[in-house]
Structures are given as C-alpha cells and as structure tokens.
Ligand binder design. Structure first.
Ligand code: ADP
Ligand code: MG
Length: 466
C-alpha cells in the first residue's frame, strides 16, 4: 500500500452531511434539529469512525447523552462501517467561558499525553468508561480480569491483546486501563488509525524524530482497533521498533482488535507473533444474564440523572434482553431510545410501541412498511376499496379508515407530512395533521378504536392478524 492511498482514506469525505442532517430532522423533529443537530458539522471521515465538530462542550455532552445513538444509526445507513463518532470542539470566538472550562477539563486529565497537533479534545481518555461501570458476565470476565491485573501492575502479561466483535466493550476496557494507570504513569491512548495518520503526517513534515521520541517515551501504550493498521512497510517497521523498544524498557502495551492475532491481515508476521507472545484474551457476545444486568444498570444510570424515576416494566426489559443479543452497544442504544421516548411523550412505551421504537435494531421487516402496504391493509380491514380511500368523498365510512391509514403512516414510517399528503391524493399537510390528531383523540376515548389500531399495527409490522 502506498503513501497516497493511506492519505486518501483519511481525507476523503463521501458522506453527505446535509442529507444526514435532514434525515435527522425528520427523525428527531424540528425542535431538536434547530437546537442541536444543526450545530454539528462533519470534520473528517475515517475508515470506521467520523469526527464531528460542535461549538461547545455542553452541546457535545448533550448530544452524546441523548442523540448519539440515532445519529450513528442514520450515518450507518449511508456508510455501514462507521462504528463510532468522535467530537472535536471548535469554539466560536467570544465563547471564552466555555473555552476556559474546556482547558480546565483538559488539565484535569493529568498524565495522559497527546501528540501535539492532534485533536486534543477527543483523543483523551473517556473518564466515563471505567472499571467500576464495566459490568461483568461469563462472556467478558477473563478480559476484564486480565485488564484489571495489568492496570494494577501485578501481572507481567505484556502485551495484553484483547479481541472481540464490535460493541462488546474493548474500547471501554482500554479506557479503564488508561484511566487507572494514568494516575501515576505516562499513558498514551491511540487508535491504530490515528497512529498511521500521525505517522504519515510526521513523515511529510520531517518530524520523524519527534514521532519516535513521542511514542517511545511512554510507560503505557494503548492501541485500539489494531486491525485497521494496514500501513505500508515503513510504518510497520516503525511500529515494530517502537513496540520492541517499549517492551525492552518494560512499558506496558495493550492492544485491541476485532480478531485474534493470527487472523490479522496485512500485518507483518513478526508483529503478529509479538502480539501472541503476551496474553491474548477474547470477549464474547453478552449472555442473557449480562444483558439483563446491563439493561438494569443503564436504566438506573439514565434515570438518576432525572428526578422522576422510570419504571420500565419487566416485560419490556425482558423483551429487549431477549431480542437484542448481538452486542452491548446496541443494547445500550435500545435502552436510550426507550428512555428518550418516555421523556418525550411523558409516558412509558407499551410493548408494541417498544417494538416500533426499536424496529431497525430488531431486524423486523421494516422495509415492508410502505405507505402502499399500509393503505392496502387498512382498506382490507375496513372493507373499502383503495379508490374509495383515496377519493375526496367525505362519507363517514370512508373518513375514519382514511384518517386511520394516515395516522398509521405517520407513526410507522419516517415520511414527512407533505410526503404523506401527496400519497393520499395530494391532500394538504394540515389535513394530515388533523387526521393524526383526530385518531389520537379517538384512541383515548374509544377502546374499540384503540383495539383496531393495535390490530392494524400488528398486521402491518409483523404480518400477524389479531
Ligand atoms: P468495542 O470497542 O468493543 O466496539 P465499546 O467499548 O465501545 O465496544 O462498547 C460499546 C458500548 O457499550 C460503550 O458505550 C461501552 O461503555 C458499553 N459497554 C460495553 N461493554 C460493557 C460492559 N460490560 N458494561 C458496561 N458497559 C459496557
Ligand atoms: Mg472500540
């Protein structure tokens, strides 16, 4: 692989950020969009993560705690391999107070060092990912214990190599180690992608000496996602020497990857064999008990931030624990959505609402939910023809089904009001709003109506009658 290729993969921007923002506007509503989403810019796009900018730390924290999951989902629709979002704070002038806060914050991260010129704010260790809030089950116990031992300096596993699929907690563990060890040691935490980036940059600016010094001068080197290290020979050469130099002076090295050392492609054999020379541990998919533990913990964590306690039912917790099995990240994302729903609508979601909120995570046939299928199903249910539904006739026996179809389209698809209007014979969007409101009111007053809506939802979403 040559130099220009490496650079390209870092500089190229192919996500259409405006499009993503407008999708988020639809998804999260105009208010959220105006207050938060609009303020985000796309700075850089990497292989598996993107770097966004926001004007203040407050905005970053707010967005991270509430919308990050949805933002990531939306981005993933356009670029599957993005697994992480990082923020850089680029302050607007005159915003001195925030500025000071940020500096204080950075100073607090004591011994953690950064490469000059790197994006200070986001490559720092995340203080929220610590051993104390890493939940343990049989699937991750070994990795957890090895990490803990390494951080207490009572093991001589060197390097420690942690591997496992996406969203299983590798970065969390690396952070925890970094956090712990930075109390009395010089710690360097970097993703393999960034390592390559810095490497190429140093070559270009004739700064190799500094680069070497920089890396060889640390007590603890944590490298995340080593599978992305696929640089050209010179870089691997440098990495290999850095690695050896650090081991020689008994610096601790911790590496994470999505696969075991021998499965790494594009990495020199001798580096792989170095990786295998220490302790290699894996993290498996979370088992049911761990999933329940995480759900519980996350709900508590999210609700202690607020005064009102959320009693998300066992039924729903069970449902999520049973259905979302792939990784912890999705599990946490699911809880976030359920909690956001409760906050926005001021009520706990029912099981069928939960299914809707999580439909993409649940891998349901969401793509089958089209306006056309909703119209067909509703017409069949009320025994009217599609022509009648789409006509302008206002007989009562047509109005309700029409409004019901409009209502279901609004809640089961991401279509905007004007789009829905168009699909219902070019009705005005105010008619659409009126229909939605009418059905919402009727649902509350009239149990039969509510019942019909639920039946229809089940048919539309799951092809299930009754
Ligand atoms: P990976 O690096 O393996 O892709 P992360 O470490 O980024 O995964 O984990 C994804 C999300 O899940 C993070 O928010 C992390 O804090 C959380 N997480 C993962 N494992 C656990 C765990 N055992 N306990 C608590 N949170 C976890
Ligand atoms: Mg990670």
């Amino acid at each position: 692989m040559n130099n220009t290729h490496i650079n390209k993969s870092f500089d190229k921007i192919n996500l259409d950020w405006e499009l993503i923002q407008s999708e988020l506007k639809l998804k999260l509503g105009i208010e959220v969009y105006e207050s938060w989403i609009k303020k985000i810019d796309l700075l850089e796009e990497f292989n598996n993560y993107i770097l966004l900018t926001v004007p203040t730390r407050f905005i970053r924290d707010w967005i991270t705690s509430r919308y990050l999951d949805q933002i990531l989902q939306t981005i993933k629709k356009h670029k599957k391999q993005i697994v992480r979002i990082e923020f850089k704070i680029i302050e607007k002038k005159n915003d001195n107070r925030e500025n000071l806060n940020d500096l204080n914050q950075i100073n607090k991260t004591q011994n953690i060092s950064f490469i000059k010129d790197s994006h200070l704010q986001y490559s720092r260790i995340d203080p929220n990912k610590r051993f104390e809030n890493f939940l343990i089950g049989s699937s991750n116990k070994i990795a957890y214990e090895a990490s803990l031992k390494v951080s207490e300096n009572i093991s001589h596993y060197n390097p420690l190599y942690i591997y496992g699929g996406v969203g299983l907690g590798k970065t969390h563990l690396l952070n925890s180690i970094g956090h712990e060890m930075s109390k009395d040691k010089k710690v360097m935490f970097i993703s393999a992608e960034r390592f390559m980036y810095q490497f190429v940059k140093s070559i270009k600016s004739n700064d190799m000496v500094k680069f070497k010094e920089y890396f060889r001068n640390t007590d603890v080197l944590l490298i995340d996602d080593i599978q992305f290290m696929n640089g050209k020979e010179a870089m691997q050469e440098e990495f290999f020497h850095t690695f050896n130099a650090l081991l020689d002076k008994e610096s601790q090295i911790i590496v994470s990857a999505d696969r075991p050392p021998n499965k790494l492609s594009r990495i020199q054999e001798r580096i792989k064999s170095r990786f295998s020379g220490g302790l290699v541990v894996d993290i498996q998919k979370p088992e049911y008990d761990l999933r329940r533990k995480i759900i519980n913990h996350k709900i508590n964590e999210l609700t202690t931030l607020h005064t009102d306690k959320l009693n998300i039912s066992d039924e729903i917790q069970d449902f999520i624990g049973n259905k979302i099995t792939t990784n912890v990240r999705e599990l946490v994302g699911a809880i976030n959505r359920v909690v956001s729903f409760s906050r926005i609508y001021n009520k706990l979601p029912s099981l069928s609402e939960t299914k809707i909120i999580l439909k993409d995570l649940l891998n349901l046939a969401e793509n089958n939910v089209t306006i056309d299928s909703i119209q067909t199903i509703v017409c069949k249910f009320f025994k009217i023809s599609k022509n009648e539904m789409l006509s302008s006739r206002r007989s009562r026996y047509l109005v309700r089904p029409r409004q019901t179809a409009i209502y279901l389209t609004k809640i089961l698809t991401t279509k905007s009001l004007p789009e829905i209007g168009r699909e219902f014979s070019n009705r005005d969007h105010t008619t659409i709003i009126h229909s939605v409101k009418t059905i919402e009111k009727l649902k509350e007053k009239n149990p039969d109506m509510n019942d019909n809506i639920n039946k229809l939802k089940n048919i539309i979403l799951y092809n299930k009658e009754g």
